[in-house]
Structures are given as C-alpha cells and as structure tokens.
Unconditional design. Structure first.
Ligand SMILES: Nc1ncnc2c1ncn2[C@@H]1O[C@H](COP(=O)(O)OP(=O)(O)OP(=O)(O)O)[C@@H](O)[C@H]1O
Ligand SMILES: [Mg+2]
Length: 137
C-alpha cells in the first residue's frame, strides 16, 4: 500500500556531507518518491512536539539541543510500504548495533548522532508531517 513518511537527515548527516549518500539510498528504492525536501534549521518548538514521547528521559534535552544545532534536511517520502522501508534502511537506533548496510550501521557511532529519523508508524507519520509540513496536503 502506498504510504508517506517524514524523514529527517539530522544535523550530523548534513555537517558530514552525507545528504547525497542518504537521499540516494532512498531514491534508489523502486517506486518510492521524494515529494518534498528542504534544508532547514529546526525550531525548538517543533522539536519539542516531535520528540514529546521522550520528555523527561535523560537524553531528551541533549537530543533537542543537537537537533537544533544546525540545518537538517526535512523530507516527505511516498511509496509502497515506505514507513517500514525507511526504518529498515536506517537500521536500529544504536549505530554500533545497526548492521552494516544500513545507514546508521554504515555511518554512525554514537546513539544521539544517528544520522536519520523516519516515522515509526502511520499514526506517527501523520502527526510528524503536520509538525514539519503544516501546508502539505
Ligand atoms: N540512550 C540514548 N542516548 C542518547 N540519545 C538517544 C538515546 N536513545 C535515543 N536517543 C536519540 O533520540 C532519538 C529518538 O529515540 P527513539 O527511541 O525514538 O529512536 P528511533 O525511533 O530509532 O529514532 P528516531 O525517532 O530519531 O527516528 C534517537 O534517534 C537518538 O538520536
Ligand atoms: Mg523514534
């Protein structure tokens, strides 16, 4: 079933010049399409909504600081099973545990700076798309 998902290339990915590499992996998947894309330094208020489920955890505040520390690439990706699919391309949260071949496994080392966010369910995707692309139909 065709779906849409919110993908963020986090500030570490942008600083390290990995936009092309990561967007390329997404574009290479058959029948997926990037339907919106912008380089943008994320507002704290948007990040607080985005990461509301993590409020109170020890990593929350440094995570928000990191995510606001420089530009991210904010994008909408649409296609067949794209929600599950981009999560699979990204790999598990901890880049050391993430398998080689995944984005986090190939490029990451520390948990906070794990390069990419992708919505984890259809409900999360709709919620997150509204935060970052309020005018997107
Ligand atoms: N123990 C931790 N220490 C430091 N940072 C963490 C830790 N756990 C999670 N994070 C950071 O918070 C983000 C959100 O955590 P979550 O558990 O939702 O992981 P995720 O769903 O794999 O990642 P994301 O929501 O960014 O796609 C992680 O991607 C990572 O950047
Ligand atoms: Mg998450």
């Amino acid at each position: 079933m065709s779906e849409r998902t919110l993908v963020l290339l986090k500030p570490d990915a942008v600083r390290r010049g990995l936009i092309g590499e990561v967007v390329g992996r997404i574009e290479n998947k058959a029948d997926w399409a990037v339907t919106a894309l912008e380089l943008r330094t994320l507002e704290r208020s948007a990040l607080e909504q985005h990461y509301a489920e993590h409020v109170g955890k020890p990593f929350y505040e440094p995570l928000v600081e990191f995510m606001a520390s420089g530009p991210s690439v904010v994008m909408v990706v649409e296609g067949e099973r794209v929600i599950e699919g981009v999560r699979a391309l990204a790999g598990p949260t901890d880049p050391i545990a993430a398998p080689p071949g995944s984005i986090r496994g190939d490029f990451g080392t520390i948990v906070r700076e794990n390069l990419i966010h992708a919505s984890d369910s259809a409900e999360s995707a709709e919620r997150e798309l509204k935060i970052f692309f309020p005018d997107f139909i």
